[in-house]
Every structure is written in C-alpha cells, then in structure tokens.
Design a binder for this molecule. Structure first.
Ligand code: HSE
Length: 307
C-alpha cells in the first residue's frame, strides 16, 4: 500500500467541565486527506484546499506532526500529503487536530503500523503545539481513538477511552468568526478558586460516571464549566441565548466547543439534537449572526479509510 485517502473527524474538546482533558469525535464533519509514500525524505504538503493555511512543512500542523513521527521511525523515505479542509480554522471543532492526527495515522498505516495509537497522539500533539502554543491532546486523542477520551495525565501521557451510550448526539453551531486557540488561552487565569475546583472535578467525575452508566440525566447534570466558560463566553456572540435555547429545546447540556467560538450541545436521540440545531439557528437568525450547524452522532472509529 502506497497511498491512503482518509476522513479525519472534527472533535469537541473540553466537553464543558474537562478543560484540556476531555474530548469526543464527530461523524458528520471532518477533513479529507490523501497521504502517499515518496522516495524524497521528509514531508511535503503538495495540496491544501478549503482554507488559507501555510503549506511549508515546518509551518503546517500536518507537516510538523508528520516530522515528529519520522524522527522516531527508521523509514528512509518520506510522504506527500494533500489536505482537503472541510473544518474551518479557528472554529473550535479541532481543525488543526484533524490535520495533525490524520497525517500521523495515515503514515503509520502506510508504514505497517509500527506505532501504537497512544504514540500517535504524542506525535499529533506537536501539531497542536504549533497551532496553539500548547501541546494539548483533548482534540487529537478522540480524533485518533474515536469516541470519548480522557487525558488522565499529560506527564506521562495516559489516555483513557470512555464508553458512551449509543443514543448520544451532538449539535454544534459555528458563528462565522474565527477565534484562535492561542488567543483564547491567553485570556484564561492561571489559578482557580478552590470552590470552583470542587464543582469542576465533581462534574468531571459525574460526566464520566454518566457516560459509563448510560445515565443521560447524570450526563446533563455534569455538563457545567465553572472555570473557563465564564471567561471565554464573552468572545462568542449570543452565547447565553444559544445555550439556554439549546437547553429549552431538550439538550442535556451545552457549552463552548473547544476554545470556541462554536457552541455544542449533547442530546439523547437524533430528533432532539435536530430540534436543538433548529432552535440555535433561529436565535442566530434573529440576532443577525451567520452560522454553520452540524448534527452528528458520536464517531466511534476515529479516522477512517475512504474508498
Ligand atoms: N483544550 C483546548 C482549549 C482545546 O480549550 O484551549 C482547543 O481546541
């Protein structure tokens, strides 16, 4: 096998209470990439369509993640990468993670799988370091593993796959503005109040338990963020209205997707998730904000091979 065409899923990081540690993969939206072996050493980004992003290897997240893998591989050749972006940069649904994860996943397949998925997360995190200044794993881990993932520890890296109920659906609305993760991290405080920490880790435990137990009400009670959302939500037009609209349309919970500006909601059942999407749309139409909406089941497989 010399060439692979793949689907790289969008992801929702943080999932309200789990800043930098929780994430989930989506099915309905993602990038496509073509990765092929080449005799020339290193990584070349030979095509990039859909977004205006750099193609120089050291400035492109797929290039940087791919180089991290090559540095630990005994393969003597290189790879050419074509990237077809469907996920908008700065949208908050893991645009850079999809490219980073897709590159290293496809390279690993083409090399006969010398690396574990956990190791691929480490390589892909180098792309995230380039994109946001911090090598966070909460987007690349669900992109690579699929489903829901928890980063239990960064040092050493310890990723846990979390089972989740089959009727769980996500709705995401993206107001058409770009928020760079690096910028939305700079506005965060570096310390938190103990009372907020107590609420937050109660919710992280509750969300994980709710997912395991398939207890939708517990999932809903746990989807709160007392630390990051109060600060970042000011960057997002109509955030409070969208969130309360989603809840009144039947969502279990709602919050900022990753570093924003997208807002996500989780629902039990596709019909409710669609109703949540319609409600969100109407709110943005009323206040004159352009948007994209995605309704998606949770992607269990992560990256997939296309034809
Ligand atoms: N955990 C990261 C953040 C996700 O919130 O900054 C970025 O998509």
């Amino acid at each position: 096998m010399e060439t692979l065409k793949i689907f790289c899923p969008a992801t929702i990081a943080n999932v309200s209470c789990g800043f930098d540690v929780l994430g989930l993969a989506l099915d309905a939206v993602g990038d496509e990439m073509v990765v092929r072996k080449s005799a020339k050493k290193g990584i070349s980004i030979t095509k990039l369509e859909g977004q205006n992003l750099p193609t120089e290897t050291h400035l492109n997240v797929a290039g940087v993640a791919g180089m991290a893998l090559l540095e630990q591989s005994d393969y003597q050749g290189g790879f050419e990468i074509e990237i077809y972006k469907k996920i908008k940069a700065g949208s908050g649904i893991g645009s850079s993670a999809a490219s980073s994860a897709g590159a290293v996943w496809a390279m690993n397949e083409l090399l006969g799988k010398p690396f574990t998925t956990a190791k691929l997360v480490e390589f892909a995190m180098e792309g995230e370091r380039l994109a946001s200044g911090v090598a966070h794993a909460d987007n690349v881990a669900p992109a690579l593993f699929g489903g829901f993932t928890l980063v239990r520890s960064y040092h050493p890296l310890d990723i846990v796959e979390i089972p989740f109920p089959s009727e769980l659906f996500a709705t995401v609305i993206h107001p058409q503005i770009e928020v760079k993760t690096a910028d939305s991290r700079k506005i965060l405080k570096t310390s938190i109040r103990l009372q907020d920490g107590i609420k937050q880790w109660g919710n992280v435990g509750g969300l994980i338990a709710g997912l395991f137990l398939e207890d939708y009400a517990l999932i809903g009670r746990s989807l709160h963020d007392h630390i990051v959302e109060p600060i970042r939500s000011i960057l997002i037009p109509g955030f409070d209205d969208i969130k309360s609209g989603a809840l009144s349309a039947g969502a279990l919970g709602s919050g900022i997707s990753g570093s924003g500006p997208s807002i996500f909601a989780l629902s039990q059942g596709e019909e409710t998730a669609q109703n949540v999407g319609e409600t969100m749309k109407k709110i943005y139409q009323d206040i004159g904000v352009d948007y994209d909406v995605h309704v998606s089941k949770i992607n269990r497989e992560g990256i997939k091979i296309l034809d």
